[in-house]
Write a protein that binds this ligand. Structure first.
Ligand SMILES: NC(=O)c1ccc[n+]([C@@H]2O[C@H](COP(=O)([O-])OP(=O)(O)OC[C@H]3O[C@@H](n4cnc5c(N)ncnc54)[C@H](O)[C@@H]3O)[C@@H](O)[C@H]2O)c1
Length: 385
């Protein structure tokens, strides 16, 4: 494709400005055509900062434009109406996670994209961290051999303070849809951390072990039982949502996994750790801001069992990368470069697409079902896409 890919970004909020918009603005072969947000001031400021041609308040008007090739959905919640409308309009689509809360809806979106020859991508941020991408490369080259155990964490302490509102939106009037439930029963807990924070590390577990999860048993826990519900509320109230969870996974290739996600566990952002142990070697990667660094990788082998630090080669970093760039823009720089290459190459490859998002959502849905039934639960195998 000789011409630049023309991109519309829907949602110009905090995450869009920290990760998506810098990624598009720095990627060669891309023209940021429009920034769409209900808040026109925000759209205007973002368009000026990141060099977009224009703005819009109406995503339908954007989707109707024939000169838009790619739609990036970065709204806060319920991405599926925008995702389905984008695919319906024949646009390649990147969306923030989750594509939809039920895996069957994500599979439906994956099938729709595949039938229309469209490329898709989910905001599974950390598979694009240079250290994780290099770890995956070493695993594919055989560093670990046959995988035995995967341990994954995504955790930080952003909601340890009960006065930090459970609802991240900055509301000016009370919302119809409220975050979290009132019923204090253990089985009635609302899924929260498992979906928001579990998704990227589940994705990494599936990628590194190279196999699907067949069975799982997990527990969701509400550690901080009372908090402010929204920025408009001053009093704390009981909100039964999952602010921490742990599950065990049996992978189809015989590997075992443990995965833990939480936003009330002390530690810095983004709080990702992935460990893979196999019959030939082991790799440990930490994506955590600590002492001026945010990504580190260590490896050990059966004949050299002391872990040693592994430098990350330059080709695992995105275009125009600077050492001062943080994890948000670096991961999204790689994510967007990968998406643009997948669209423009015309080849079949499409990492972290809606089918992968659906596989991740199947695990989330199964862990939730396991918690509610207090039993080992099968994860449904992938249907044909
Ligand atoms: N992948 C990650 O690591 C990661 C990290 C942070 C946030 N996120 C996700 O990014 C998404 C956005 O989060 P945020 O913190 O930027 O939220 P935000 O509330 O700051 O921004 C969302 C923006 O979307 C706009 N919007 C909502 N509906 C719209 C519509 N129909 N048309 C046009 N604009 C619309 C809002 O006006 C708002 O400006 C969320 O889904 C969040 O979970 C992902």
């Amino acid at each position: 494709m000789a011409d630049d890919l023309r991109v519309a970004v829907i949602g110009a909020g905090r995450w869009s400005q920290r990760a998506h918009l810098p990624g598009w603005a720095r990627c060669p072969g891309v023209k940021l055509a429009v920034v769409c947000d209900l808040n026109q001031e925000l759209a205007r400021a973002a368009a000026a900062q990141f060099g977009a041609e224009g703005i819009s308040a109406d995503y339908r008007e954007v989707l109707a434009r024939e000169d838009i090739d790619v739609v990036d959905v970065c709204t806060r919640d319920e991405h599926d109406p925008l995702v389905f409308a984008s695919l319906e309009a024949g646009k390649h689509c990147l969306t923030e996670k989750p594509v939809a809360h039920r895996a069957e809806d994500v599979w439906r979106a994956a099938r729709m994209a595949s039938q229309r020859g469209l490329k898709t991508k989910v905001g599974l941020t950390f598979r694009y961290a240079p250290a994780i991408a290099y770890m995956a490369h070493l695993v594919a080259e055989g560093w670990c051999g046959r995988p035995f155990v995967f341990n994954g964490y995504e955790q930080n302490s952003q909601w340890l303070d009960p006065d930090n509102p459970a609802d991240k939106r900055i509301l000016s009037v009370p919302a119809d849809d409220q975050v979290g439930g009132w019923d204090p029963a253990e089985e009635a807990i609302t899924v929260s951390s498992l979906e928001g924070y579990g998704a990227p590390i589940i994705d990494i577990g599936l990628m590194l072990t190279g196999a699907g999860i067949r069975e799982t048993v997990g527990v969701l826990r509400n550690f901080v039982p009372e908090r402010r519900r929204t920025n408009l509320d001053h009093a704390r109230e009981p909100i039964n949502l999952d602010d921490g969870d742990v599950f065990i996974a049996k992978f189809a290739n015989g590997a075992l996994g443990t995965i833990q996600s939480s936003y009330v566990t002390v530690g810095n952002y983004p709080g990702v750790e992935a460990r893979l142990y196999g019959d030939r070697g082991a790799l440990i990667c930490r994506i955590v801001e600590e002492n001026g660094e945010w990504q580190r990788l260590w490896g050990a082998s059966a004949d050299q069992v002391e872990f040693r630090r592994l430098p990350i080669p330059a080709e695992f970093f995105p275009p125009q990368h600077q050492p001062s760039h943080g994890w948000e823009e670096t991961c999204y720089g790689n994510l967007i470069r990968s998406f643009v290459e997948e669209i423009t190459s015309g080849e079949d490859g499409n990492q972290g697409d809606f089918a992968q998002g659906a596989a991740v959502q199947e695990v989330i849905n199964a862990v939730e079902a396991s918690h509610r039934s207090r039993a080992w639960t099968e994860v449904r195998p992938a249907p044909p896409v």
